[in-house]
Design a binder for this molecule. Structure first.
Ligand SMILES: NC(=O)c1ccc[n+]([C@@H]2O[C@H](COP(=O)([O-])OP(=O)(O)OC[C@H]3O[C@@H](n4cnc5c(N)ncnc54)[C@H](OP(=O)(O)O)[C@@H]3O)[C@@H](O)[C@H]2O)c1
Length: 229
């Protein structure tokens, strides 16, 4: 049985990935921000395990997980949770920087560190859902883009480090994808939101699942997914 540890399973891209993996009978362990959310997700994906960790507070993740029973096997670690808060550098305060760096970069690094023993034992796979902003930074996207550029660096370093242990590492770089995050982005941009203009989260889920399902003779390092219309 394949076990996937997944963040962001409650919404958008993560929910699409979790639903597809659950439907095909794989084992899921969801990382939820609090106990209430963990209960909701266990009800949504019957049979799934959960771990409670607030990714906004990476300093406490190790302690929080130390209070819970950890999965013995992890075949894939899917980092999909993320947050965005736009603003020009002239106005971004440290709190806004810290929030995005914590959830989008430092928490994935810490979760990866904590689960590397299981991933090495399984010759597993780490997937980072990055963003087009992890490759190009535009006006008003400084803090988010910095967190995602950092996430690219994390993935690339990890790939070099863990290759010898048989751990595969993939970054997926989606363009704008319909869902709650884009609703917020449009509101901050003062633009009208039209979900039909953007990538369906199911399509990004297909990219993620393609990467983890690839036979072991090959590894997808980087996958860019752009809106098709
Ligand atoms: N949407 C886009 O246009 C787009 C484009 C490129 C890249 N991405 C990236 O794709 C990923 C998923 O985006 P999405 O559109 O699916 O976003 P979303 O619908 O807003 O979902 C974000 C998920 O992250 C979780 N999360 C946020 N803060 C957390 C915290 N402190 N602790 C634990 N979980 C936390 C949320 O948990 P709750 O469910 O509990 O709120 C939610 O499940 C993100 O990394 C994002 O940066 C998105």
């Amino acid at each position: 049985m394949t076990t996937h540890l997944i963040t962001g399973a409650g919404s958008g891209i993560g929910a699409a990935v979790a639903r597809r993996l659950h439907e095909r009978g794989d084992d899921l362990v969801v990382v939820a921000r609090d106990a209430g959310r963990a209960k909701e997700l266990e009800a949504r994906y019957p049979g799934a395990g959960s771990l409670v960790a607030d990714l906004a507070d990476p300093d406490r993740i190790s302690w929080a997980l130390g209070q819970q029973s950890m999965p013995e096997t992890v075949d894939s670690l899917l980092h999909i949770a993320g947050i965005v808060d736009l603003g020009p550098v002239a106005e971004l305060r440290p709190k806004t920087w810290h929030q995005q760096l914590n959830v989008n970069l430092i928490a994935p690094a810490e979760l990866t560190r904590l689960f590397l023993p299981q991933l090495r034992a399984a010759q597993g796979h780490v997937v980072f859902v990055n963003s087009g902003a992890g490759l190009n930074a535009h006006a008003d996207w400084g803090a988010y883009a910095a967190s995602k550029h950092g996430l690219k660096a994390l993935a690339d370093s990890l790939r070099h480090e863990e290759h010898a242990h048989g751990v595969r590492v993939t970054s997926v770089y989606p363009g704008r994808t319909a869902g709650p995050m884009q609703v917020k982005v449009h509101s901050q941009e003062g633009k009208e939101y039209d979900a039909s203009r953007w990538i369906d989260p199911e399509s990004v889920a297909t990219a993620v699942i393609t990467a983890i399902d690839l036979p072991r003779d090959a590894e997808i390092n980087d996958l860019t997914v752009r809106p098709g219309r």
